[in-house]
Design a protein around this ligand. Structure first.
Ligand code: UDP
Length: 389
């Protein structure tokens, strides 16, 4: 293989949330001359991944294109593992970067490990403490921790989780979450909503409830409960605007969408591109979600978040009082949304802006830590937010 001028770093990702969180880092890594960058996408998601890459102007250098409808976790892992193993035979990076906890990130870490290629883990150290919640993410990220050589922990509490599990302190850098960098970049730029029905919903008056759901552990009855709760809220409160950008998951759609038909104040749209989504977040009154990334973004915009899960690996905003775990019981969802709509004090308490996940400079900290790891730079001071500040 030819001698390289700079160490080669390979970011590998495959889903929408990974793309959002990788994008600010890839932009920075590509800016400097210290590192060569080769971007590999697996295509675990297809349209939702391409939306983010297009928005941030990222073209993958290699695309495994593994997506198939109703793909199983095993198929995702097997295809990513095999595809990456072949790729490493022709492109041998000095390190790979994987993000978070998806099938792609775990398979990529494992494929790199088999080739003795060091792994950098972006968003390391999140733990819910529950094997099956979120599923399969909790175990995915633990596996990646075992393999990684450099752990980019977003917060002090994620760092503490890693230390508790025996990761050496010297291998951890606390960076903040790059999702806040992405959010800051995108929410500043003007955006117009593309879907006519969304434009119509935005023009109407009334509180706006933004809903997203996609977690595998909520497939089935839990999602049907959410659908029923939304139907009840829509019927009881004609002034409420409910907007639901529906994830591509066919399982989620089958469980949720039948409950949302023929309701004039419920707007179901295709997944929004990230710019539109963040602007919708900024327009919303309350956010009801089971998403990880949305739990991080909404507090930064001062939006109360009701999380349809029983546990979270993101305790910081719960402690700050802007996120509340409410599960997926229909009555509970109706009660919690109603309380925020009817009680201005409760609403004010939860809508204080909080930024425990980042200050918008996570990507520079990550890039510097990677450069240091590869011997061509030095790290920056850790991100250190205290919710009591
Ligand atoms: N998002 C988006 N369009 C949408 C819904 C969400 O761009 O229609 C973004 C959101 O802002 C966040 C990310 O997608 O950055 C979260 O993805 P998701 O909820 O699918 O995954 P999770 O974060 O739960 O892993």
């Amino acid at each position: 293989m030819p001698e390289r001028a700079a160490p080669l770093i390979m970011p590998i990702y495959g889903t929408r949330p990974e793309a959002v969180k990788m994008a600010p880092l890839i932009a920075l890594l590509r800016e400097g001359p210290e590192l060569d960058v080769f971007v590999t996408v697996t295509g675990q998601h297809r349209e939702m991944l391409d939306q983010v890459n297009d928005l941030f102007g990222i073209a993958g250098d290699h695309d495994l294109n593994i997506h198939s409808p109703r793909q199983t976790l095993s198929a995702i892992t097997a295809k990513a593992l095999a595809g990456l193993s072949s790729l490493f035979a022709t492109v041998r990076p000095d390190a790979v970067v994987v993000q978070g906890n998806t099938g792609t990130s775990t398979a990529a870490a494992l494929a790199a490990f088999y080739e003795k290629i060091p792994v950098v883990h972006l968003e390391a150290g999140l733990r819910s403490g529950h094997r099956y919640s979120p599923f399969p993410e909790e175990i995915n990220r633990k596996v990646t921790t075992q393999i990684a050589s450099l752990h980019l922990a977003p917060t002090q509490s994620s760092r503490a989780n890693l230390i508790r599990e025996g990761v050496p302190d010297g291998e951890i850098v606390v960076t903040g979450n790059t999702v806040i960098d992405a959010l800051h970049t995108v929410v500043k730029a003007p955006a117009a909503f593309t879907a006519p029905e969304l434009r119509a919903a935005i023009r109407r008056d009334g509180p706006l409830l933004l809903v997203t759901t996609h977690r595998r552990e909520n497939y089935g009855d839990a999602m049907s409960n959410v659908g029923r709760a939304l139907r009840q809220l829509a019927a009881e409160r004609p002034e409420l605007r409910i907007v639901f950008p529906a994830h591509r998951s066919p399982v989620m759609r089958e469980a949720m969408l039948p409950h949302l038909e023929n309701l004039s104040n419920v707007t179901v749209v295709e997944p929004l591109d990230y710019r539109e989504f963040t602007h919708l977040l900024a327009e919303s009154t309350i956010v009801l979600t089971d998403s990880g990334g949305v739990q991080e973004e909404a507090p930064s915009l001062g939006k109360p978040v009701l999380v349809m899960r029983d546990s979270t690996e993101r305790p910081e905003a719960v402690e700050a009082g802007t996120v509340k775990l409410i599960g997926t019981d229909r009555e509970r969802i109706v009660k919690e949304v109603s309380q925020l709509l009817d009680d201005p004090d409760a609403y004010a308490e939860m809508s204080k802006a909080a930024n425990p996940y980042g200050d918008g400079f996570a990507a520079p900290r990550c890039a510097a830590a990677i450069a240091e790891y590869l011997g061509v730079g030095s790290r920056m001071a850790d991100f250190n937010h205290s919710v009591t500040e």
